[in-house]
Ligand binder design. Structure first.
Ligand SMILES: [Zn+2]
Length: 187
């Protein structure tokens, strides 16, 4: 299916997806801990203090995934059945309890926080959905995940700090242009 058509197909689902996310965050709000409580040593060398201080963490036994099929979105393969180690909604990272000490997981999810911030809720969801539509069960190939996995790989292999936000700016700008173009059917 053409990218623009996929975006038009996904758009009407945005309100219920956003409601679901907001309900989820409200229900879990008593469990929120600030990321700064976790005293990771490497993260502050890659991310700004502002980002680390404003990120919320919720540790759970099972990662809550958006119930896409129940909402009528049946085109995404088995994504929602994934037994993920973590997921990020807006400024909140859900972490599976057996992985709560894994710094690489927070490193990965912080990239998603930067993406949520840069794209805004609607465009983040549309871009993620577009990727899933295209890659089905191979979600790690979707553009927003590729950004996260590539850098996570560097984080795990090398102990050489870099400014993640600065590095991603160019890529994020490119995708912003793309999504704007796809949302506007006349250009
Ligand atoms: Zn990810």
């Amino acid at each position: 299916m053409q990218f623009r058509l996929i975006i038009q197909t996904l758009k009407p689902y945005l309100p219920q997806v956003k409601d679901w996310i907001n309900d989820l965050l409200r229900q879990h709000s008593p469990l929120v801990k600030p990321l700064s409580d976790f005293t990771f040593q490497r993260l502050p060398k890659y991310y700004s203090r502002d980002l680390i201080n404003s990120t919320k963490i919720i540790v759970v036994d099972k990662i809550p995934m958006i119930p896409l099929a129940d909402m009528g979105l049946i085109q995404f393969g088995n994504f929602e059945k994934l037994d993920a180690t973590g997921v990020t909604y807006l400024n909140t990272i859900f972490v599976r309890s057996d992985c709560q000490k894994e710094e690489w997981l927070y490193f990965h999810e912080l990239i998603h926080i930067l993406q949520w911030r840069a794209f805004g809720c609607d465009d983040f969801l549309l871009l993620y959905g577009l990727g899933l539509f295209q890659w089905q069960d191979d979600y790690s190939k979707t553009p927003l995940e590729v950004m996260a996995y590539e850098n996570q790989d560097i984080f795990q292999k090398f102990n050489i700090p870099f400014n993640v936000e600065g590095k991603l700016t160019f890529q994020i700008e490119r995708y912003k242009t793309l999504i704007e173009r796809l949302k506007n059917p006349t250009t």
